[in-house]
Design a protein around this ligand. Structure first.
Ligand SMILES: CC(=O)SCCNC(=O)CCNC(=O)[C@H](O)C(C)(C)COP(=O)(O)OP(=O)(O)OC[C@H]1O[C@@H](n2cnc3c(N)ncnc32)[C@H](O)[C@@H]1OP(=O)(O)O
Length: 202
């Protein structure tokens, strides 16, 4: 199993894979420091084509970067789920998605590709999370929340039922989101207010 990104996020993913019985882990990074990371070999990303027949997970927290990498890497992407996560049997997370310890996903929610469900977040029933979303630790999404592609929902924030959050938006730490959020908006506070807009991807 290859982990793309010798990062703190990569360490967490490695431990999830270990808990799922993987022992043969290889890290790759575009700026490798040394030749090992945790207890595993570390290579430059240029070695990727030589690492045949290995599934890969992208350990890059930046949602835009993760999206670009996913489009450029020709490997099968694995889904990494911590054994303590409680994922509805009616939900099949998309390829490349990582799900940390203590996460709950309830019935009929849809989780896209290369999504990060970080530690202890709670995704209630009928939510839709599009590709490259990052739900940070201790976030609570009520039922029927829609999160657009590439949006980060910040640590400890809460979103009430039925809200639609646009694409590549940023929800600040600790925010309370009680109304829809436009694409690219950066929203902070209780209740959440737009403070600026992210630059659309070029
Ligand atoms: C395992 C892991 O580590 S996962 C990572 C989890 N990390 C997160 O969730 C980070 C979430 N990020 C934030 O909350 C950030 O503060 C952001 C993205 C909302 C804003 O960051 P920046 O664009 O750099 O904004 P900046 O720090 O310049 O603040 C702009 C203003 O918003 C305010 N502000 C920033 N964040 C927040 C917040 N979360 N809640 C309330 N106000 C905030 C600042 O006080 C400042 O106000 P001022 O203009 O009156 O001085």
């Amino acid at each position: 199993m290859i982990i793309y990104g010798a990062s703190g996020h990569g360490k967490v993913i490695a431990e999830i894979l270990e808990k799922n019985g993987f022992t043969n882990i290889i890290f790759v990074d575009d700026k490798p420091v040394g030749d090992s990371f945790l207890d595993y070999p570390l290579h430059h990303t240029s070695k990727l084509p030589e690492l045949d027949d290995q599934d890969l997970v992208i350990a890059v927290g930046n949602n835009r970067t993760r999206s670009k990498l996913a489009q450029s890497i020709d490997k099968k992407f694995t889904v990494a789920v911590h054994p303590s996560a409680q994922i509805s049997h009616r939900c099949t997370p998309g390829a490349g998605t990582v799900i940390m310890a203590g996460v709950v996903v309830n019935a009929d929610s849809t989780i896209g590709e290369h999504v990060i469900l970080n530690t202890n977040c709670s995704i209630d029933h009928d939510c839709v999370l599009e590709d490259f979303v990052h739900i940070s630790p201790n976030v609570a999404l009520a039922g029927n929340v829609h999160v657009g592609e590439g949006t980060q929902v910040g640590i400890g924030s809460s979103v009430i039922q039925g809200v639609r959050i646009g694409k590549y938006a940023t929800i600040g730490a600790g925010a309370a989101i009680i109304e829809d959020v436009p694409d690219y908006a950066v929203v902070v506070g209780v209740p959440g207010k737009v403070i600026r807009y992210n630059v659309p991807s070029v």
